[in-house]
Design a protein around this ligand. Structure first.
Ligand code: MRU
Length: 362
């Protein structure tokens, strides 16, 4: 997608073929800076500190992290240690384990001398496939948006989204935002309500940044405003992404998603979840009981990062000294609250049968 007229991906192999470029998302929207990852440690650190984030992008970074590890030491022991190190960085997004397992399966049967190059090719394939999947999600989601437009011809289409499931969360296009970008480019009069998404504010900082750079009309709202806007008829649809979806269609996404789904259900607003199949955990059924929810630092709750009047990025404390904070990073929306799953193969009902119709019996 575009930043000031230049097309970017969120992650790329550098010309030396042994280091990886990423956009530093911790500084957006105030500073656009790239970083170079040269080792498995640096890749692991980039994932855990959220220099890169978003389930699909975490997966691709993990895959390149294994490449970086094997360039340093292609032994079985180092492969196993690097796999564990990277897999432990973020526990909820299943794309990470999926991508790591895919690279490991490719390289493990090979002689050590061939492993790093095989990992590079596999990581690049995962990245390219992610772009293709997100592009297809955009096309299938666009059909839904056209149907919504047809209900109220001439009126502005209002979509609410939570967190950041745009191109910054993937390699390109995004998941939830892909249909919105396609609609905007097709001339649909579309406007996005952007949940700020405390505590890390991926909505206010990243989604708003992306939409602005693509010229999509949007308004940032506090997380608590969505229910009110739905009651007022100001939301035609909610579209969010997901970090892990179970075989029966339960959806784990950024904390606060569940409350939006409840509000959407109460107000008859369609609630869609956009995802590539790399985000489906076919081994799990009951998302509430089975998906591990990452707990992050309480400091993300008690403090806030932003740009000060002097232009410097700074952190301020919100709560009193000594107040405890608790920071579960994700929640699970039960399938019964999901209108449909927008995948690269089409729109599925959020049921085991619905997913099987698209992907067969996994
Ligand atoms: O903690 P993050 O920023 O990595 O979480 C990402 C999300 O939860 C996004 O909302 C997204 O929907 C899932 S990734 C497309």
């Amino acid at each position: 997608m575009n930043i000031d007229g230049k097309a970017w991906r969120t992650i790329w192999l550098k010309p030396d073929l042994c280091s990886v470029g990423v956009i530093d998302q911790t500084l957006l929207p105030h500073q656009f800076t790239t970083r170079t990852l040269r080792s498995c440690d640096e890749a692991a650190d980039a994932i855990s500190t959220m220099v890169v984030r978003g389930a699909p992008l975490i997966g691709v970074t993990g895959a390149y992290g294994l490449m970086l590890a094997l360039q340093a030491d292609p032994s079985d022991a180092f492969l196993a240690a690097a796999f564990e190190q990277l897999n432990a960085t973020r526990p909820t997004a299943i794309n990470l384990r999926w991508a790591l397992e895919r690279v490991r399966a490719k390289v493990q049967p090979l002689p050590p001398a061939e492993r790093a190059e095989a990992a590079r090719l596999e990581a690049a394939a995962i990245a390219d496939e992610d772009v293709a999947m997100c592009n297809s999600i955009g096309e299938h989601g666009l059909e839904i948006l056209y149907q919504l437009v047809a209900r109220r011809p001439g009126a502005r289409l209002n979509v609410l989204t939570h967190c950041n499931a745009g191109w910054l969360a993937t390699v390109d296009w995004g998941t939830a935002l892909a249909p919105i970008y396609k609609a905007h480019r097709a001339g649909v009069n579309i406007h996005v309500w952007v949940d700020e998404t405390r505590p890390r504010n991926q909505g206010a900082s990243l989604t708003a940044y992306e939409l602005g750079k693509e010229g999509v009309a949007h308004t940032v709202i506090v997380d608590n405003a969505g229910g009110h806007l739905m009651q007022q008829g100001q939301v035609d649809a909610v579209i969010v992404g997901t970090d892990r979806t179970t075989r029966r269609g339960d959806v784990c996404n950024k904390i606060g998603t569940y409350l939006k789904a409840l509000a959407a259900h109460d107000n008859g607003v369609p609630f869609y979840v956009a995802l590539p199949s790399s985000t489906i955990d076919w081994t799990l059924s009951d998302g509430v009981a089975e998906i591990p929810i990452e707990t992050r630092s309480a400091q993300e709750v008690t403090h806030l990062q932003g740009r000060g009047a002097d232009g410097a990025i700074t952190s301020v404390q919100l709560s009193p000294d000594g107040s405890a904070g608790f920071n579960p990073a994700f929640d699970v929306t039960p399938a019964r609250l999901v209108t449909g799953l927008i995948t690269e193969r089409g729109v599925a009902a959020a049921t085991e049968a619905g997913l099987q119709e698209l992907y067969g019996n996994k």
